[in-house]
Every structure is written in C-alpha cells, then in structure tokens.
Design a protein around this ligand. Structure first.
Ligand SMILES: CSC[C@H]1O[C@@H](n2cnc3c(O)ncnc32)[C@H](O)[C@@H]1O
Ligand SMILES: [Zn+2]
Length: 441
C-alpha cells in the first residue's frame, strides 16, 4: 500500500481529459501538490493510505475553474456604474474614479475581495490585468491562488507609471520578481489597440517574445472601437495588430465580438487564443463573440468574467452557463457548445491560453492538484442522470464546498483558509465610504 498526502473519494469526477469522461465513485491521490492517480474508489482503498482522507460521496470533482480575463481589484467598483456602453462607462465613470483612488492599497484590498469570491465559486486560477501588478502578485501569492498577472501598458499616465517606457520597465521588474514563483506567471498586457500606439505595441510584443510569456489584450470589444479604428487608422484593429506583428500563438485576444470570417481564419492560422466574456459583453451591450464559428475553425476559446464592475460577479459557473446558452441562441443550433465543451472552455482552454495547460486545467496524473468540489445532493440538482448537465445548467456557485490549489486546501467546507473574510469585508466597506465621499454632491 502506498502512502500519500491526500486521498479524495468522490461521487463523480469529471477530469476534462479525456474528453466527455464522467467517472462515478472515483478517487484522486495527491502527493506533494500533484495528482498522482485517478482511479476507482474500490481500487484506491486497496492501493493507497493517506495522511488526510476526504469522503465526498455526494460531490462532483472538476478541475479548478480558470478565469481567463479579469481585473480583480475592480471588485471594489462593483455596482459603481451601470447601464452604460463601454466607452462611456470607461471614460466618464471608471477611468476618473480609478485616477482618484487606485494605488497599492486599493489593489491589495480589491484583489483580496476578488479572490475570496473566486475561490468560493470554484476558481483556482485567474488572468489579471490591472495597475500595480506587483501588489496583486504579492497578495495572490499570499492567498495561494494561481494567477497570471498582466504587465500593463497604456499610452496615458496613471498612478503606476507615466509613459510607455516606464510601464514596460516596471513590467520587467515585476516579471523578475515573480520569475521563479510556482503559482504566479506574467503576461504582457497592453490594454487595447485604442489606448496603445504602434511603437509601444511592437515593443510589448518583443518583450513578450523575449520573456516567453503571452500577450493579453482587449480586442474588438465593440463596434465603436472598430469603427473608430477604421476612421482613424484606416483599418480594423485586428488587421493593425497583424501588420504590427502581434498575431501569434501567445496572443490572448479578449472579447472578440464582431469578427469577419477571414479574421476568424487569421486567428486560427496564427494559433491565437480568444477569451469570451459573455456576461460583461451583455451588460455593456458590446455584442456577441461568435464562439461557435471560432471553435469550428479550431481556435482555442476560453472564458473570463471581466471585472466585477462590468459583470457584476466573478462567477465562472454562471459564465459557463451563459456562454453555452448564448452560443445556442446566436447560432440557432441547440447542439452548439454542449456541456462538456462549456466546461472545457472554463478549465483546460483557459490554462492553454495562459500557456500552463501542462500544469493545470484537467485532473490527470502529473498535473497540479487544482481541484473544485461541488455538492450535488440538494434538490436543485436532482435527479442526476449526468452530473455534467447539472454542472453547466443548474448548479449554483454556493454549492462549491472545497477548493484545492497545488494540493493546498484553500476552501474547506466553504470556509476560506488563506483569506480573512471579516477583514476583507471591513476594508470593502471603508472603500465604499471613501469612494462615495469623493463624489461630487
Ligand atoms: C490598464 S489596467 C486595465 C484597465 O482596463 C479597464 N477595463 C476594465 N474593464 C474593461 C473592459 O471591458 N474593456 C476595456 N477596458 C476595461 C480598467 O478600468 C483599467 O483601467
Ligand atoms: Zn477587461
């Protein structure tokens, strides 16, 4: 009998790889933060003993969800500005309030608030793009979550940096700080084609190539963005990025609503990744990403929440459901984005987009023990013919009971073990008061 650190017996396990597999009465053996075996419970009893054993017979285990695009600290701006289209939302409400309040403390408190919500919703990994990434990286590492932090770049000054060169220089320092961290990775993160000019975009691309990291950018989010680009630059943003040499297998294009068929082909040819944020797109009335066409063309499509200021939650189970339903409605084809594909987009595809598909995103031996357990016993999820269906179409994130990242038990029977929820709440109330007090009466 082999002795391991952790043994989890579960009612069901959906490992995502191999595709469409649902194992009933299975177990996971974990040693030094990694999955070492996935096997029938009846065999696990005979083969393994463990320091810690979890018996989750009415639970479903899935890979930890990967939120492939967010601005974590903006959770402090949840509900701050509603019912506006993107450009008005950004320029009239969000950017002015960010200019006034965003600093290291805002980012630390906001990122902790976001992580508490994400962990309680089964998310183990997120791709962040926000000011003060060194602060975000530090608090993320402290909480034990997995993340890719964006080395941000915009053409305007902020409290973090004054001009493109400074953004990039600070980005290099952030990269160096976290270079050998097991859970924190970096990506170049120029905000969008409309906020970054040609030369800094090309410099960012060279940086990404040299550091061997992804390049994460908002792209084709609205018709207004595209129309303005055509008017000012004489071409659509994607064509401009192609000309500047930014299309590659490390490109993570976020949103991608409004795509022509030849643009879809171009993305597929370059092996670029797309992050679909359906709920943020719906709330800002930005449009719909044609994921049925992208998937058919062989493009890797992942899912993201965007920030809690435009969503207004960081709920990847919800995002999965919205993505599946929306794709069916848009394509007028009920067979589009079946439940297994929605789950894959929310897990493995996100990990692949971040270049960490070899580490996380599925429950296979050799990968990190990034695991989410969901209680399937309540009436809202009964009867269970196939737990995958319930997972995508009926379960709520309140049913997430346990989460492990690299074998660390970060959510234990719905209690966060690495974040102080009372402190997070108290700080959130203080930020709300401070932000409200700063508004003109
Ligand atoms: C340079 S830090 C990130 C920057 O992005 C802003 N932002 C948040 N949500 C969106 C969105 O959906 N599209 C474009 N930009 C967005 C955020 O407020 C920060 O300023
Ligand atoms: Zn965004």
């Amino acid at each position: 009998m082999q002795h391991v650190d952790i043994l989890i017996y579960a009612g069901w396990i959906i490992p995502v790889e191999p595709e469409n597999t649902v194992y009933e009465q299975y177990a996971l053996a974990i040693q030094e933060g990694k999955i070492i075996a996935l096997l029938p419970s009846s065999e696990a009893v005979r083969q393994f003993s463990a320091r810690i054993t979890h018996r989750l017979s009415s639970h479903l285990l899935i890979p930890g969800l990967v939120n492939a695009h967010t601005h974590a600290a903006m959770s402090l701006l949840r509900g701050f500005a509603d019912d506006l289209p993107l450009q008005q939302w950004l320029s009239e409400r969000i950017w002015p309030i960010e200019q006034q309040h965003v600093g290291p403390e805002f980012v630390a408190d906001g990122t902790r608030l976001a992580m508490a919500e994400m962990l309680r919703g089964g998310i183990t990994c997120f791709n962040d793009m926000y000011f003060f990434p060194e602060v975000a990286g530090e608090v993320i590492a402290g909480a034990g979550m997995r993340a890719t932090i964006g080395l941000i770049l915009v053409d305007f000054p902020s409290s973090w940096a004054n001009h493109a060169d400074e953004y990039l220089q600070k980005g290099q320092e952030v990269h160096d700080t976290f270079n050998n961290h097991p859970l924190i990775k970096t990506a170049l993160a120029p905000h969008a084609p409309y906020t970054v000019s040609d030369i800094p975009l090309q410099t960012a691309q060279r940086f990404a190539e040299n550091l061997d990291v992804p390049l994460h950018i908002h792209l084709h989010e609205t018709v207004a963005e595209i129309d303005e680009a055509v008017e000012k630059q004489g071409e659509r943003p994607l064509a401009r990025l192609e000309k500047l040499g930014l299309l590659s297998a490390r490109l993570i294009g976020v949103h991608m609503t409004h795509l022509h068929n030849d643009e879809i082909t171009l993305l597929a040819q370059h092996g670029a990744h797309v992050v679909h944020c359906p709920e943020s797109n719906l709330k800002l009335a930005s449009g719909f990403c044609p994921i049925h066409k992208l998937l058919r063309a062989g493009v890797n499509v992942a899912l993201g929440t965007d920030s809690a200021a435009s969503n207004d939650d960081l709920d990847m189970l919800g995002e999965m459901r919205t993505a599946a339903l929306l794709a069916k409605a848009i394509s007028k084809d009920a067979s589009i984005v079946p439940a297994a594909e929605a789950l894959r987009m929310a897990t493995l595809n996100g990990a692949k987009a971040l270049g960490i598909g070899h580490l996380t995103g599925s429950l296979v031996p050799g990968k990190s023990a990034d695991i989410t357990a969901i209680d399937m016993s309540d009436i809202e999820t009964q009867p269970i013919y196939n737990p995958l269906t319930q997972l995508v179409y009926s379960v709520g994130r309140d049913k997430v009971t346990d989460v492990w990242v690299a074998g660390k038990h970060l959510l234990k029977s719905r209690t966060l073990t690495s974040l102080d929820i009372h402190d997070i709440k108290a700080k959130t109330y203080l930020w709300r008061d401070k932000i409200l007090a700063s508004l003109p009466h």
